[in-house]
Write a protein that binds this ligand. Structure first.
Ligand code: ZN
Length: 273
């Protein structure tokens, strides 16, 4: 009997949602972190723990389609080349110029995907989104992981360019809104699940622990203070925050409001009151 293999392309992402590996395979391949992995891959698994790696699969018709999609995914994640030299330590040591150049040369030498290839890849993606609920769950997980993680400037710029002049209308807009609703529902389900809560708890903590405290000067009183949120926090404490807000609204600051109470004469009511 011939077993029907299910082929797919897949990505492995760090807990913060950043993709560090793109591959293709079938069966349980995407979830196998032990066999046939390079030292770079192994060191990332070791650092974050296999349980915390986000696996996203993109089901394909056959092996060829998976191979094509793998190429598209690699092209979509230029940061894959941003590998460390096999030892992703705490500092995430960047690769040497020589290795980076080798990656760049390799990327340039590959021919750009043809119109036909792109169409096929687009179709595979669309089908995956329509038929595989795990796609939505993964998207929700990754969006959650990305929250609070600042995108590097070159990525912000690339996204800005990509979305420029793309005002959706009609059916396209309806599709997007429907997709957003699905994603929201998946996110909701994920958050109320035991697994989701646990993940969120752990991630929230790691996010807080790894934050760098930065020294700033209070805009109100001029004292220096330390904060993990240097762009957001502008005043040293609650009272300065309140004063700064009043100043912004053009209200008097540091002046006691006139709260003189009407005096009662020996507690007696005057006639007529
Ligand atoms: Zn202050």
């Amino acid at each position: 009997m011939v077993s029907k293999k299910s082929f797919y392309a897949y990505t492995h992402s760090r807990p913060d949602g950043s993709v560090f590996y793109v591959g293709k395979g079938c069966g349980r391949r995407a979830w196998n972190f032990i066999h046939g992995r390079n030292p770079h891959h192994r060191s990332i698994i070791k650092k974050h723990g296999a349980d915390n790696i986000i696996v996203t699969t993109y089901p394909c018709e056959n092996e060829d389609a998976a191979f094509e999609l793998e190429k598209v995914l690699i092209a979509q994640h230029p940061d894959l080349a941003n590998m460390t030299d096999g030892g992703e330590g705490a500092s995430g040591r960047p690769i040497s110029d020589k290795v980076r150049k080798a990656f760049d040369d390799y990327r340039k030498s590959a021919p750009p995907p043809s119109e036909e290839r792109r169409r096929i890849a687009g179709e595979i993606m669309r089908k995956a989104w329509e038929t595989n609920p795990a796609m939505w769950e993964n998207a929700a997980k990754m969006a959650e992981a990305r929250r609070g993680v600042k995108r590097p400037p070159h990525v912000v710029e690339a996204l800005r360019k990509a979305h420029k002049g793309k005002n959706q209308t009609g059916e396209r807009l309806a599709q997007t809104l429907a997709a957003q609703q699905l994603a929201q529902e998946a996110a909701k389900a994920w958050h109320s699940s035991e697994e989701g809560r646990k993940w969120h708890e752990e991630h929230g903590k790691s996010c807080w622990v790894n934050r760098e405290w930065v020294e700033r000067t209070c805009e109100e009183c001029g004292r220096s203070f330390c904060t993990p949120y240097p762009t957001r926090k502008k005043t040293c404490d609650r009272s300065c925050w309140y004063k700064a807000n009043r100043r912004k609204q053009g209200k008097p600051v540091g002046v006691r409001p006139n709260r003189a109470k009407p005096t009662l004469l020996s507690g007696k009511r005057t006639v007529g009151q």
